[in-house]
Design a protein around this ligand. Structure first.
Ligand code: FES
Ligand code: FES
Length: 157
């Protein structure tokens, strides 16, 4: 049995320690926000936060996450003030970022992590930090939404 905290809830998992966290979340815990894209830490669709750091959950074994706190896109709502969606999620909606939507949870989780360390990122900061892959090509809309989220979090109009 492996114990971990997922979105603030203590969870117990009966899984092989080398099973990727992504599959434990999706198959064992029915937490399906993190998506499978490549399985080799290349696309970022599976990004979650572990102890506040963005991590590609396809590339970390659940045995290495025991006792740690995991936050997925499902855990963002209510964490960004006003009891509703996180500011990054609101900025995404305002800018109508998603097309098919498949990659977006990963981009949003990476953006939340970026804005914690760089509250006012430049376009270059965004491009460097968000090296996820979007097959629909939403990159320019994502940049706009990241700037908007930074403004919301900074209290700008
Ligand atoms: S599925 Fe994890 S990085 Fe692509
Ligand atoms: S919105 Fe379709 S892959 Fe990114």
């Amino acid at each position: 049995m492996i114990l971990l905290t997922v979105n603030g809830q203590a969870r117990q998992v009966d899984a092989e320690p080398d099973k990727p966290l992504l599959w434990v979340l999706r198959e064992d815990l029915n937490v399906v926000g993190p998506k499978f894209g490549c399985g080799v830490a290349a696309c970022g669709a599976c990004t979650v936060h572990i102890e506040g750091q963005p991590v590609r959950s396809c590339a970390i074994a659940v045995g290495d996450v025991g006792g740690k706190s995991v936050i997925t896109i499902e855990g963002l709502s209510g964490s960004g003030g006003e009891g509703g969606l996180h500011a990054v999620q609101r900025a995404w909606i305002e800018n109508q970022v998603p097309q098919c939507g498949y990659c977006q949870p990963g981009f949003i989780m990476a953006t939340v992590a970026l804005l914690k360390v760089k509250p006012k990122p430049s376009d270059q900061d965004i491009d460097d930090a968000l090296n996820n892959i979007c097959r629909c090509g939403t990159y320019s809309a994502i940049r706009r939404a990241v700037h908007r989220a930074a403004a919301i979090l900074g209290g700008a109009p």
